[in-house]
Design a protein around this ligand. Structure first.
Ligand SMILES: Nc1ncnc2c1ncn2[C@@H]1O[C@H](COP(=O)(O)OP(=O)(O)OP(=O)(O)O)[C@@H](O)[C@H]1O
Ligand SMILES: [Mg+2]
Length: 526
């Protein structure tokens, strides 16, 4: 809030007469306008289509002045002609800036040219950004970030006193509400206070649960406390070492030492080899909250909604910082970038553009972990240096890593790995992904249980023999990916996995993606 407030003051001092503030939070926008009017010692008025014109005193109390006033133009004329100057906030003015109201737009432009003295300031308030082209160049737009802990403290105090419950102030309660708007936080605090008859550290879990619900409601984001541990990820040791180093750069002293906050990492690779698992494990090992971002859902049905979805998600991530923003299967929904045969190619490109710009410019410690398994769908600009700190290739596990993964999953099922012949299991599972190894253990457990005996190596072996790994039918695609990655990405595991059998038997039908040529494979050096 303070940053935006300072920006408004700077704009006004630089001679701006009209400023646009985009935020759902009308209370905070009103509060900020009141502070501006106080700063310049000028009166403040608010107009909305529902309440007409009201005057606002220094403490933010509203007094109806002309409730029947339904025309925003009249209020602008009043401001322009007032001798004392003033601040006029036009709330939810968006619909009036559409084409059929071109008079309003015209008047806004007129207001931009008001003489600077006495000080007069017109503020356009809208819930979402986006001004018509006609005034975009003349009216600067500022977006209010989600409330910080100071704002949330005010909300907590106000809620507690309104509900007459005891408030035990503490950082954990306010931290828990980060990522919510003022209205959402008020509701979350209110519900917790009503249920428990008090508000304090004991109510953190209730507030977190409400936050999970609210974030989920945005449809593109999921919030969860990460549960995977780094020790549950087999192999990928290069990636683990790299992440460990980057994690330290979020710690105290790193900025002073001259380190930039890490931006993020792109994990490319074969299905089921631990990319998503790694995203969860990073968040857990750094003890950051994890936000899962669904790229496919960003491109919602209504035109213009996709950009809004993206913006909301990035705001929430910023408010929750430090956090891990996990963009799973980033290639989903990116298919249209750059292609002209897609009617929404423009939108897709804009959405991706805004993500890239945000990644480049963000100062908050939001670490992006993006995963993908189809490189041909990724726009080139995403892969350019400087977007992600690093691109890692996650390949099928080598023999040693397969043993490790089998061990991890046996332990998860409360079995002792040393009681199994991991070496022969690993020999029998060339080309199997981590997910397929896990599945073989699960299958083996079913077999053993049905036979009424304890799980043994043979059960798992039989399960492995009974299935085909995906790599058997996607050999070409995986080979292409390996070639591409050897030139462009770092290897997550240094030890190479076995080469895949040359070609699938001609009898096996192929999926479309299995036959598609990959355009990104560099020529091998002659
Ligand atoms: N390296 C690994 N170590 C331990 N378990 C693994 C590993 N790789 C995969 N698994 C198991 O397989 C499951 C699925 O893996 P994960 O979802 O991480 O794969 P992915 O690489 O994200 O695949 P996709 O590209 O299909 O999304 C994991 O939850 C885990 O149980
Ligand atoms: Mg995944």
């Amino acid at each position: 809030m303070n940053l935006v407030y300072d920006q408004v003051l700077a704009l006004v001092r630089a001679g701006a007469n009209v400023v646009h503030i985009a935020s759902y939070e009308w209370e905070r926008v009103q509060g900020m306008c009141t502070a501006v009017s106080r700063e310049f010692g000028i009166p403040m008025k608010v107009w909305s289509s529902s309440s007409g014109l009201s005057a606002c005193d220094e403490d933010g109390r509203m007094r109806p002045e002309d409730p029947a006033q339904s025309d925003p133009i009249q209020t602008m004329i009043q401001l322009r002609e007032s001798e004392k100057g003033g601040v006029l906030l036009l709330e939810d003015i968006q619909p009036y800036l559409e084409r059929e109201h071109h008079q309003v737009t015209r008047w806004v432009r007129e207001m931009c040219r008001m003489p600077g003295s006495p000080r007069r300031l017109l503020i356009l308030g809208t819930p979402v950004p986006g001004l018509p082209l006609e005034i975009r160049k003349e009216v600067p737009t500022l977006e209010l970030p989600l409330p910080g802990v100071e704002d949330l403290a005010v909300v907590a105090r106000d809620t507690a006193s309104a509900l007459s419950v005891r408030l035990t102030e503490g950082a954990s309660l306010l931290e828990a509400a980060r990522g919510l708007t003022v209205m959402e936080a008020r509701l979350a605090f209110g519900q917790a206070a009503v249920q428990r008859g008090r508000l304090g550290p004991g109510e953190v879990s209730l507030v977190v649960r409400e936050k999970e619900r609210v974030i989920k409601q945005s449809e593109v984001l999921d919030y969860y406390e990460p549960d995977a541990r780094m020790s549950e990820v087999g192999g990928l040791e290069n990636l683990k070492t790299w992440l460990d180093r980057r994690g330290r750069a979020f710690g105290s002293g790193a900025r002073e030492f001259g380190l930039d906050a890490p931006k993020g990492v792109l994990l490319l690779g074969v299905q089921g080899c631990g990319k998503s698992l790694m995203a969860k494990a990073v968040a857990a090992s750094w003890q950051f909250p994890l936000l899962r971002f669904d790229m496919g859902k960003v491109f919602g049905g209504i035109v213009g909604q996709s950009e809004g979805n993206m913006r909301t998600a990035l705001h929430v991530a910023q408010a929750l910082a430090p956090c891990v923003l996990w963009i799973d299967e980033i290639e989903k929904g990116l298919a249209g970038v750059g292609s002209s045969d897609q009617s929404d190619a423009g939108t897709t490109a804009r959405v991706v553009g805004s993500l890239l710009t945000w990644m480049q410019e963000k100062r908050e410690p939001v670490f992006v972990v993006a995963t993908a398994n189809r490189i041909e769908m990724l726009p080139a600009e995403l892969l350019r240096k400087g977007r992600f700190d690093e691109i890692f290739f996650v390949d099928l596990p080598s023999k040693k890593v397969r043993e490790e993964i089998l061990g991890i999953h046996l332990r998860k099922k409360d079995r002792k790995p040393k009681e199994f012949d991991l070496s022969s299991l690993a020999d029998a599972s060339v080309g199997y992904s981590g997910a397929e190894l896990e599945e073989a253990i699960r299958e083996g457990l079913f077999e053993a249980f049905a036979a009424g005996v304890e799980l043994r190596t043979e059960h798992i072996l039989a399960a492995l023999k009974a299935t085909f790994p995906l790599s058997r039918t996607m050999g070409q695609q995986i080979d292409d990916l390996r070639k591409w990655a050897s030139a462009r990405a770092r290897l997550a595991t240094s030890e190479k996995a076995e080469a895949l059998p040359a070609e699938v038997s001609p009898g096996v039908p192929k999926l479309r993606q299995e036959t598609m040529r990959n355009l990104f494979i560099p020529d091998s050096p002659k």
